[in-house]
Design a protein around this ligand. Sequence first.
Ligand SMILES: Cc1cc2nc3c(=O)[nH]c(=O)nc-3n(C[C@H](O)[C@H](O)[C@H](O)COP(=O)(O)OP(=O)(O)OC[C@H]3O[C@@H](n4cnc5c(N)ncnc54)[C@H](O)[C@@H]3O)c2cc1C
Length: 592
Amino acid sequence: MPGAMQSTLPEYTAPVADLLFVLCDVLRIDRGVFDSLDRDACAAVLTEVARLAEDRLAPLNRSGDLQGCRLENGVVRTPEGFAEAFAEVCAGGWYGLDCAPDHGGQGLPHMLHSAVGEILSGANMAFHIHAGLTHGAYSAIATHGSAAQQALYLPKLANCRWTGTMNLTEPQCGTDLGLIRTRAEAIPGAEGRYRLFGTKIYISAGDHDLAENIVHLVLARLPDAPDGVKGLSLFIAPKFLPAEDGSPGTRNGVSAVRLESKMGLHGNATCEMLYDGAEAELLGAPHQGLAAMFTMMNEERISVGLQGYAQADRALQGALAFARARRQGRALGPAADREAPADPILLHPDVRRMLLDQQAFTEGARALTLWGAELVDLARAGDAAAAARLSLVTPVIKGFLTDKGVESCLVAQQVLGGAGYIEEMGLSQILRDARVTTIYEGTNGVQALDLVARKLGAGGGAAIMALLAEIAGFAGESAPEEIEAEFLAPLRAALADLQTALLRLQAFGTTDPEAALSGASDVLHLFGHVCLGYMWARMARAADALPAPARRAKLAAGRHYMSRHLPATALHLARIEAGAVAGLPLDAEAAE
Ligand SMILES: Cc1cc2nc3c(=O)[nH]c(=O)nc-3n(C[C@H](O)[C@H](O)[C@H](O)COP(=O)(O)OP(=O)(O)OC[C@H]3O[C@@H](n4cnc5c(N)ncnc54)[C@H](O)[C@@H]3O)c2cc1C
């Protein structure tokens, strides 16, 4: 019956064409570090991964949510079908795209790895987190490991034959890692070997049945460690201790003792891990653990930003299909179909507004994240300025794209009306899964602090000054009238707001640190809007490469962003200028 309620949303479709536009036409992947990589090669990879994601992973998204993970006799069982699908993705070599060929990777750009990550995460976020954390563990060992550790672990982690975990959080400490209590004791007579004692909580994929071994990276304290974060060391503690030939040997003293019951991500076990004398070795130098762990955390932060907009894209796909099919009321102007009793809700301006809000965010976020991935490639190739810029924009990609990603999923839910609130439709799961992205890997409040207190001033502010100059240069270039008026002029106005905010922040920094920290989230959002505006202006200039209908759609979404979202910079500036937020009484009784 036309216009009747659908019972579920259509499955996920990978945005291959838009990924190719960003990679090849906007960022010109073929002109960067990897100049031998052309559009056909990128298209071949993305098309193959899209097939796998759409046919194998997306159908497990809902069943994974319903079944969840189970802890059985100390072992976590993942939902039905996960193990087979995981083996299939591993066999394709898709998890190790940007890992070194010496370790069994494909040596391709991180940009392509990120594009593939969006597709895999969009299809099934809970499933993909198993691989995402493994890649972070690979990078940490590749950067800080000894030759022996690299030879043992990297070939197994590169393509997820063994998976990795990240163990920071404990019951008494999340944001404040200086409170970590897990301790490491040297094993007498065993040079370089330690035993770990302590409890870690909220550990993603702490145990599962997808891989033959799990490599836990654990922050702990040596006996002589100073207090606080300066006393943290990083350890490698595998679930099975590797035998002489490198195969999984005896079971180590680490296990998942409890699984959290949580709002979403049911297909990924969030574990309480007990380290009961687990054998471990140091990764990097003693007391330098936080710096080593940051290699993993920084990578994960970009991946979490990616998760935020990948879920928003999935939600948009559902909302768009729903808005085309659902008929309610008559739209302004001539009826689309006089025979039907009502028009598709897509024709109502307010519904179009909601859909364009999502599209403008998602496509801008895709460009921003792949631009961040380009910085990873440049930094790996030894470009120090790119490394500094990456460090600057990492909290923005994590914080801004997940705040807006969750908001975008909420807007998609609104498009569905009551159906958006019904579990069976599927939109609710997308929102539940996406919600954690603003919380884990450092809450978004902490991302804002990182930006304001550390990143903006790093290196005397060189990275932010260089980026502002680059955006100003781009926005000042001569361009066709339409692009100048609709993209470059708004970008210049937003940039001016950011420059004013940074000056104000600098002034607060010397006299009123409370005011600086009170405005931190607004600085992050203001900066995020400018970055997205810059990406939209770049996409508008590159849109000539698109076929005419796609170009029209791209420019329409871009105009929507520039005219309806970018002006938010003025609001964020006003909030920053408002200074310190009011104090609240610590004592509940004093508030009465
Ligand atoms: C599903 C899930 C998976 C997770 N996976 C992992 C994992 O794999 N490994 C791991 O180690 N951890 C993991 N975590 C833990 C996660 O990283 C932490 O929950 C997160 O860092 C926040 O710590 P917390 O929960 O202790 O909150 P708290 O640190 O108690 O923070 C509470 C609130 O106070 C704010 N706050 C705290 N300190 C400050 C400050 N100095 N200034 C301003 N505001 C502040 C925070 O922003 C937040 O709003 C996971 C969590 C979840 C929910």
